[in-house]
Design a protein around this ligand. Structure first.
Ligand code: NAP
Ligand code: ZN
Length: 352
C-alpha cells in the first residue's frame, strides 16, 4: 500500500479539497499509472453532490474522476500488455465479474458486478474505489486502455468517458452516411458526439440552448444548429431525424425531441438528470419511434474508439486547469460555461 495525493469531497455540500488516499501496491496483474490528465465529467459533479442518491448513493469521502490518461510507472509480474513508460488510459470501469453473459460479450458496463473507477466496493483495500482526481492509480491490466501515440494528452483524457459514451450508441444504432443525426446539448459529451457523428459520415444537427455556441457547433463538425428553445427553428426539422443523442445533464422536455424523429427513429439518452422525465405516449406510438439509453461502453469498444480517434485525429476540445480550480470548474460546468471539457493538469497536484 502507498499514499497518493487526491482531491476529495467529504459530503454532498462540501467543496472538493486536497487529501491523501491509499492505493494498493500493484499485484501480479496490475498496472500503476502516474496520472497526467483527468477530464471533468458532469457525472463527477452529480456523484460528488449525491444527485444520483436514488440509484447510486454516494459514499464519502469520494474522489471522482474517470477520464484518466497517464504513464505507466510499475507493472505486476504477470502483466503482458504494458510496461513502464507506456501511455495508458482508464475510463469508468476498473473491474467486473468477467464471467456473466455481458462480460463474455465484452459489455462489462452491464455486468452486475462491475466496479466503477470511483465509489464501488474496493475488494483490495476495503472501502470504495477512488478515481482520477489523484496523482496515481492502480488498475488491473484488463481494464487499462492503450492511448494512441500522437494525440494531445489533455484532449485525449475525455475520450475515456465522453468519447466512448457518445461513440458506443452511434455504432449500436448504425450511424453512417445518409443518416440525419441530432446531438442535444453541446457540452463535454455533446461536442464529442458531434465529432463522431461527422466522422461516421452522418448529416449532423446540434440542438443547443446557448446561442453563443452556434459558431462552435459548426466548427466542431455540425452541418446545422438549432436553438432548441426557439419553436420557429425547431419546426422545420420535425419528423426528420433517424437518430438523436440526448446529452443534457438537467431537467428538460423529451416530448419535443421525440417528435423530431422520423418513423422508426430512435432517441437515445446518455444524459442522467437527477429528476425523472414526463413523457407522453403519442410521440412514441405515432411513428413507432423508440426511446432508449446507453451507458459508456465495454473495454474492447473503448479501445476501438481510441484507435478510431488515433486514425481520425479526434480529441476533445479542452480547457486545461490546475486541480486547485476544481470547485470553480464545477460551477462553470453547471452554467454550461466550458468549451468543451475541463481537463485537469495533474502536475498541479504533484507540486502541492
Ligand atoms: P456538460 O458538459 O455539463 O454538458 C451538458 C450540456 O447540456 C450543457 O453544455 C448544455 O448544452 C446542456 N444543458 C445543461 N443544462 C440544460 C438545461 N437546463 N436545459 C437544456 N440543456 C441543458 O455535461 P457532460 O459531462 O457532457 O454530461 C452530460 C450528462 O451525461 C450528465 O448528466 C452526465 O452525468 C451524463 N453522462 C452519462 C454517461 C453515460 O454513460 N450514459 C456518461 C457520462 C456522462 P447547451 O449549452 O448546448 O444547451
Ligand atoms: Zn463520465
Amino acid at each position: 500500500m502507498f499514499k497518493a495525493k487526491a482531491y476529495a469531497a467529504a459530503g454532498a455540500t462540501s467543496p472538493l479539497a486536497s487529501s491523501t488516499i491509499a492505493r494498493r501496491d500493484p499485484g501480479d496483474r496490475d498496472v500503476q499509472i502516474e496520472i497526467l490528465f483527468c477530464g471533468i465529467c458532469h457525472s463527477d459533479l452529480h456523484y460528488a453532490r449525491d444527485e444520483w442518491h436514488s440509484f447510486l448513493p454516494t459514499v464519502y469521502p469520494c474522489v471522482p474522476g474517470h477520464e484518466i490518461v497517464g504513464r505507466v510507472t510499475r507493472v505486476g509480474s504477470g502483466v503482458t500488455r504494458f510496461q513502464p513508460g507506456d501511455l495508458a488510459g482508464v475510463g469508468c470501469l476498473v473491474d467486473s465479474d468477467r464471467t456473466c453473459p455481458h462480460c463474455r460479450e465484452g459489455l462489462e458496463q452491464f455486468c452486475p458486478g462491475m466496479i466503477l473507477t470511483y465509489g464501488s466496493p474496493d475488494k483490495h483495500l476495503g472501502g470504495v474505489t477512488y478515481g482520477g482526481y489523484s496523482d496515481s492509480i492502480v488498475v488491473d491490466e484488463d481494464f487499462v486502455l492503450r492511448v494512441p501515440e500522437g494525440l494531445n494528452l489533455s484532449g485525449a483524457a475525455p475520450l475515456l468517458c465522453a468519447g466512448i459514451t457518445t461513440y458506443s450508441p452511434m455504432r449500436h444504432w448504425g450511424i453512417a452516411p445518409g443518416k440525419k443525426v441530432g446531438v442535444v446539448g453541446l457540452g463535454g459529451l455533446g461536442h464529442m458526439g458531434v465529432k463522431f457523428a461527422r466522422a461516421l459520415g452522418a448529416h449532423v444537427v446540434v440542438f443547443t440552448t446557448s446561442p453563443g455556441k452556434k459558431e462552435d457547433a459548426l466548427r466542431l463538425g455540425a452541418h446545422e444548429v438549432i436553438l432548441s428553445r426557439d419553436a420557429a427553428e425547431m419546426q422545420p426539422h420535425m419528423g426528420s431525424f433517424d437518430f438523436i443523442l440526448d446529452t443534457i445533464s438537467a431537467d428538460h422536455d423529451l416530448n419535443a425531441l421525440i417528435f423530431m424523429l422520423r418513423r422508426d427513429g430512435n432517441l437515445t439518452l446518455v444524459g442522467a438528470p437527477e429528476k425523472p422525465f414526463q413523457l407522453g405516449a403519442p410521440g412514441l406510438l405515432f411513428g413507432r419511434r423508440s426511446l432508449s439509453g446507453s451507458l459508456i461502453g465495454g473495454i474492447a469498444e473503448t479501445q476501438e474508439m481510441l484507435d478510431f480517434c488515433g486514425r481520425h485525429g479526434i480529441t476533445a476540445d479542452v480547457e486545461v486547469i490546475p486541480i486547485q480550480k476544481i470547485n470553480e470548474a464545477y460551477e462553470r460546468m453547471l452554467r454550461s460555461d466550458v468549451k468543451y471539457r475541463f481537463s485537469i493538469d495533474m502536475a498541479s497536484l504533484r507540486s502541492e
